[in-house]
Design a protein around this ligand. Structure first.
Ligand SMILES: NC(=O)c1ccc[n+]([C@@H]2O[C@H](COP(=O)([O-])OP(=O)(O)OC[C@H]3O[C@@H](n4cnc5c(N)ncnc54)[C@H](O)[C@@H]3O)[C@@H](O)[C@H]2O)c1
Ligand SMILES: O=C(O)C(=O)C[C@]1(C(=O)O)C=C[C@@H](O)C=C1
Length: 307
């Protein structure tokens, strides 16, 4: 048990990430009191029923009043509006952070609303599951996963250090990154792979004759992994693609070129090209494992509770 890093934390948006943060903060004794607010009354009711947050508030103003740390855990497209709403109620000296999957857009839409004397330290935990909602979180979600802090130009070093201590207390390894670089890296490692999974499952669904029975019955691990990813929250992912448009389109362009090259190799029977390509990609997987960065299934081998 560590000493609390913050006396009062407010979680805005009570879904997978906020609920996991709550349980992880409780596990580590990292926050004195945690308040919570979600736009949906049903989510607030669920949160109260399962003991998520020390106090669930019916207004965002009440939730952030007096908070030392306010964490925006809403879809990226809602961050700006939420920042505008909380701004008049923030305590001087408070830190506002977020957990959004895209960073440039969040900085541009949240930053301008925050009053003088409030610190802004954007962040992104690289951990999640396909589940969403207040019941989907669990304390171990961030264990041994990365959390990237993306300080803005005038982020206060003490505020950054405190947020780092919180994430480390929740089990994460913390690094700092510039927003544009973050968005490009995530377009490669997370955003485009999700789009590919959505597409593959959509293609299978188009072939209804197959999906009605065989695809489900005989689904091999490869396709099953795609269906897990493609079950992720539609609002969250719509917002990710709309707000990380340039980087995603850049990576998709490169992806399509490579795909065409593989398509040609298959059509022309160029086995050498295929073999060389697959050998190179296998090395990447081995490198990840050797670096000890394969934390395997994000659910740590267990099914997260259904949303
Ligand atoms: N799911 C993941 O794998 C993952 C991983 C890392 C970061 N993120 C990021 O974390 C954020 C939250 O994702 P999540 O998976 O926890 O989502 P979620 O769908 O589980 O929860 C989102 C919550 O926000 C609430 N909400 C939506 N609009 C709101 C508003 N205007 N005001 C107040 N509450 C509002 C919803 O009611 C819900 O409770 C997103 O920005 C996402 O990009 C998600
Ligand atoms: O494993 C999953 O379910 C996830 O998609 C988690 C994942 C990822 O792509 O790794 C998804 C979005 C995030 O912003 C961070 C993590």
């Amino acid at each position: 048990m560590s000493a609390p890093v913050y006396t009062r934390v407010a979680l805005i948006g009570l879904g997978l990430i906020a609920s996991s943060m709550f349980w992880a903060m409780k596990r580590g004794g990292l926050a004195g009191e945690v308040t919570g607010f979600a736009k949906s009354g049903a989510s607030r009711e669920t949160a109260r029923r399962i003991g998520l947050c020390d106090r669930v508030c019916d207004s965002v103003a009440e939730a952030v009043a007096d908070a030392d740390l306010v964490v925006l855990c809403v879809p990226v497209g809602a961050m700006g509006a939420v920042a505008k709403e909380i701004a008049p109620h923030l305590k001087v000296g408070a830190t506002v952070t977020d957990v959004g999957s895209v960073k440039r857009d969040v900085i541009d839409t949240v930053g301008p609303h925050l009053p003088e004397g409030v610190h802004f330290v954007p962040a992104h935990p690289l951990a999640g599951t396909e589940h969403s909602g207040p019941e989907s979180g669990f304390a171990e979600l961030f264990d041994n996963r990365w959390c990237l802090l993306v300080p803005v130009e005038d982020s206060d070093p003490d505020a950054v250090a405190k947020l780092r201590a919180l994430w480390e207390g929740m089990g994460a390894n913390v690094d700092e990154m510039d927003a544009d670089h973050h968005d490009l890296v995530l377009a490669v490692t997370s955003h485009t792979p999700h789009l590919i999974a959505y597409t593959m499952v959509g293609v299978a669904d188009d072939l209804r004759r197959v999906t009605d029975s065989e695809v489900i019955k005989y689904s091999a691990a490869g396709f099953r992994d795609f269906t897990r990813i493609a079950a992720s929250d539609p609002t969250m992912w719509r917002d990710v693609f709309l707000t990380n448009k340039d980087a995603t389109l850049e990576i998709l362009g490169r992806f399509t070129e490579e795909l065409f090259a593989l398509q040609r190799a298959i059509r022309t029977g160029d086995g050498e090209h295929l073999h060389e390509y697959f050998t190179r990609t296998r090395e990447i997987r081995r490198g990840i494992i050797e670096a000890g960065q394969d934390t395997a299934a994000p659910n740590f081998g267990r099914e997260a509770p259904k949303a």
